[in-house]
Write a protein that binds this ligand. Structure first.
Ligand SMILES: Nc1ncnc2c1ncn2[C@@H]1O[C@H](COP(=O)(O)OP(=O)(O)OP(=O)(O)O)[C@@H](O)[C@H]1O
Ligand SMILES: [Mg+2]
Length: 468
């Protein structure tokens, strides 16, 4: 096995030859260059080395210039400098410029061999990491899913394994983290991709309608059931069903889901014949299902049936390094949609976006980008054009504030403020949600979602609970 490829750059012939021999004896593939120009020539000819050992002081083209040329040709090649006493400060500078180390003349061969070995080990480790990173990135790529953080790469890795199986999957994560996106990716990259993908939002279905919506009903099953109705499950034959907000299913729906997961059978409401449905279940929730099981709200046996493979989506603030990528992605998408000229976020605005806490995660980020770009007049978008909470936070962020303080700041500024505004308005208007949504300038659906999100109790129970 070859140990690595080394180039020795040294204008003193005897010195160069003895080094070449010493390295060769250790099993390296070695070349010599009699001057800096000679070395640069070799680099220009696309020779790639693992290590370049170069004398610092040479006529015309010196070691520093060789270092620069090496790093331009191939940044991962390591460089070790040979210095004479008196040029050490230059060598130190060279290390700042990317050299691996230096040895001072006079030195024993053992010494330089040791440094060279370490430098080459470091390079091969770097190459390996880079290769693996690239491999993971390319292998687990899904269209429309952006993310390069370790946390996200791990999610994508599991997702891509899951695509090749038929297992039931539970996708968890805060609101707006991309649960539905992942569920879609699973379906469209699985063998079922030509079958239907049916999304059932269990939270939006009133309990008394859940069963008939999911499993259908027969004529005469209840008042108003004037003919047989096919349920959503049957519409998903040979496809995938996303059971969104599965924690919101009623106890009797849970029993039916359990039966389906055990035998693949459903029974339309009022019917006595079982219907066989061949569909894969992906369940999603932003609730803590373990807690729901503990409190008796969710069946334990059903939980075990759906919790076969778990994909947890990290919140955006747990993977801030993805924010610039996401900003870029949403910016391009919105510009295309609006047919607007070029736009870019300034460094400060990117920083502000990356520092914000994103309680609404990627959905909130997407909305902020769309809104800001739509309203923007200049090519460069500055931090002061971003919606208020981010701006406030950015300003505060530059203060020396410890993490704990920062966290509490976020909580009281955003989520809590929103929650309190809703509670106050509900109190003021006697719980009239239509009025409240008008006053707050949001749709009734959004209001309803937020009431649920913040677990705001019905009006008569909250009148004395505003804590700020
Ligand atoms: N990694 C990502 N890359 C690009 N876009 C993303 C990513 N994650 C989420 N999005 C986008 O963010 C928005 C919210 O995602 P999605 O609806 O999947 O979230 P969710 O977890 O299901 O939210 P909720 O709990 O509120 O239903 C969507 O427009 C989606 O396309
Ligand atoms: Mg969703």
């Amino acid at each position: 096995m070859e140990n690595g490829k080394i180039l020795v750059v040294e204008d003193q012939d005897a010195m160069r030859e003895s080094l070449v021999i010493a390295f060769r004896d250790e099993g390296y593939h070695v070349e010599g260059a009699a001057s800096g120009e000679d070395a640069i020539q070799k680099l220009d000819n696309h020779n790639i080395y693992d290590l370049v050992v170069t004398d610092l002081k040479m006529k015309k083209v010196d070691g520093l210039e060789v270092l620069k040329a090496v790093k331009t040709a191939n940044p991962s090649t390591e460089v070790v400098l040979i210095t004479a006493y008196g040029t050490i400060s230059t060598a130190v500078q060279a290390i700042r410029d990317g050299a691996y180390d230096y040895v001072t003349k006079p030195f024993r061969h053992q010494e330089i061999l040791k440094v060279a070995k370490k430098a080459i080990e470091k390079k091969s480790l770097k190459d390996r990491v880079r290769y693996l990173e690239g491999e993971v990135r390319d292998k687990y790529k899904f269209e429309g899913i952006v993310g390069n953080s370790n946390a996200m790469l791990e999610v994508l890795k599991v997702t891509s394994h899951v695509c090749r199986t038929e297992s039931t999957v539970l996708v968890t994560g805060e609101s707006g983290t991309g649960k539905e996106l992942i569920a879609r990716a699973i379906h469209y990259n699985s063998l079922r991709k030509d079958g239907p993908f049916v999304v059932i939002n269990c939270g939006a279905l009133p309990e008394n309608l859940q069963e008939s919506e999911l499993f259908g009903h027969v004529k005469g099953a209840f008042t108003g059931a004037i003919k047989d109705k096919m349920g959503l499950f049957q519409q998903a034959q040979k496809g995938t069903i996303l059971l969104d907000e599965i924690g919101e299913t009623s106890p009797s729906t849970q029993v039916k889901l359990l039966r389906f997961l055990q035998d693949g059978e459903i029974r339309p409401v009022g019917g006595n014949r079982a219907v066989y449905v061949e569909a894969r279940i992906v369940a999603a929730t932003n609730e803590n299902l373990e807690k729901a099981v503990e409190s008796g709200k969710f069946r334990k046996d059903l939980f075990y049936r759906i919790n076969v493979i778990r994909i947890h989506l990290p919140s955006l603030r747990e993977r801030r390094e993805d924010i610039p990528l996401l900003v870029e992605y949403f910016l391009e998408k919105i510009l295309e949609k609006l047919k607007k000229g070029k736009r870019a976020f300034s460094k400060e605005s990117i920083r502000a976006l990356a520092n914000y806490s994103w309680p609404g995660n990627i959905r909130e980020l997407q909305n902020v980008i769309e809104r800001t770009v739509t309203l923007s007049k200049n090519e460069i978008i500055n931090a002061d054009e971003l919606p208020l909470p981010i701006e406030e936070f950015a300003a505060l962020h530059s203060d020396p504030m410890d993490n704990q303080k920062r966290k509490s700041f976020i909580v009281t500024t955003l989520a809590e403020q929103e929650k309190n505004a809703i509670i106050e308005a509900l109190n003021k208007y006697g719980g009239n949600q239509t009025k409240v949504s008008q006053v707050l300038g949001i749709s009734t659906t959004t209001l309803w979602r937020k009431i649920k999100k913040y677990r705001i109790k019905p009006q008569h129970e909250i009148s004395d609970k505003i804590d700020k």
